[in-house]
Design a protein around this ligand. Structure first.
Ligand SMILES: [Zn+2]
Length: 267
């Protein structure tokens, strides 16, 4: 049984003890179609239904955990627990009564942190589930087997957020790559601008043999490349000329040898 340190533990009984163990291989996101705090969600699971999710997420990012992540929770149809003992970790999130609103920034952040923890703690792979049994990350309506009643859960805006923001952030955070522009000095510069800056920064000491060294002691990378190309071209031309001369010399030597051989025969 595993309890996420970032959540308030609100253990649901008897489910927490009664339901079988799972090996968590998936993380599936839901909207609960009500603007509920984790406490209110806990009370609903406890008093009004025999269903439940592992986690409940409020609008303000507050998170409650009702069932350990290595115990089955009943929110995702057949994905709750499969015959091989694997199953999905589920999160219900506060939404409006139509489940049409996006996750708040606080909700996104809480989901991302929990998603990273699930990768680190349970080895859930950093990919979107390619099938209903494939280990990874997803949302309720992603696969019909998870969603036999064809709910639109978690809603169009949240599905879009999942693909554009939430899942990429889980991957970035879990692999140590950040997308935070404050931590990326290259953010805001185009590839062309960065390329130009590298090529045309005029601060590389000029070659010692350059006749204009005194007048122009610093070169750009672009100047170096140009100069190396021109030098290589000159060498290539000279090599070609040298080869011609050598070929002519070889012919002369062969002719001389023939002459010497003829003279020897005569004498
Ligand atoms: Zn759902």
């Amino acid at each position: 049984m595993a309890w996420y340190p970032g959540a308030t533990k609100m253990e649901l009984q008897p489910e927490s003890d009664a339901q079988p163990a799972i090996k968590p291989t998936q993380f599936i996101l839901h909207s609960i179609v009500a603007p509920w705090t984790p406490r209110r969600t806990y009370e609903y699971w406890r008093d009004s239904t025999n269903l439940e999710s592992h986690f409940g997420l409020g609008y303000d990012g507050s998170l409650g955990q009702f069932i350990g992540t290595e115990t089955r929770a009943d929110a995702n149809g057949v994905a709750n627990r499969r015959a091989d003992g694997t199953g999905a970790v589920s999160l219900e999130s506060a939404s409006n009564l139509q489940a049409s609103d996006p996750w708040t920034a606080e909700q996104v952040e809480a989901i991302v942190q929990l998603g990273v923890w699930l990768h680190q703690r349970h080895g859930i792979p950093l990919r979107i589930c390619r099938s209903s049994t494939d280990p990874g990350y997803g949302y309720h309506r992603l696969h019909t087997a998870w969603n036999p009643d064809a709910h639109s859960c978690p809603g169009d805006k949240r599905v879009e957020q999942f693909h554009k923001v939430v899942f990429p952030a889980i991957v970035a955070r879990a692999t140590g790559k950040t997308t935070d522009p404050k931590e990326d000095p290259m953010a805001g510069y185009s590839q062309a601008q960065i390329g130009d800056a590298v090529l045309h920064r005029d601060n590389i000491p000029a070659p010692k043999t350059d006749p204009n060294l005194k007048k122009n002691p610093k070169w750009t990378l672009a100047s170096f490349i140009q100069s190396i190309y021109t030098a290589a071209d000159t060498v290539r031309t000279e090599l070609r000329e040298t080869r011609k001369v050598l070929d002519a010399l070889a012919k002369d030597i062969a002719a001389l040898r023939a002459d010497v051989a003829a003279l020897k025969k005569e004498s």
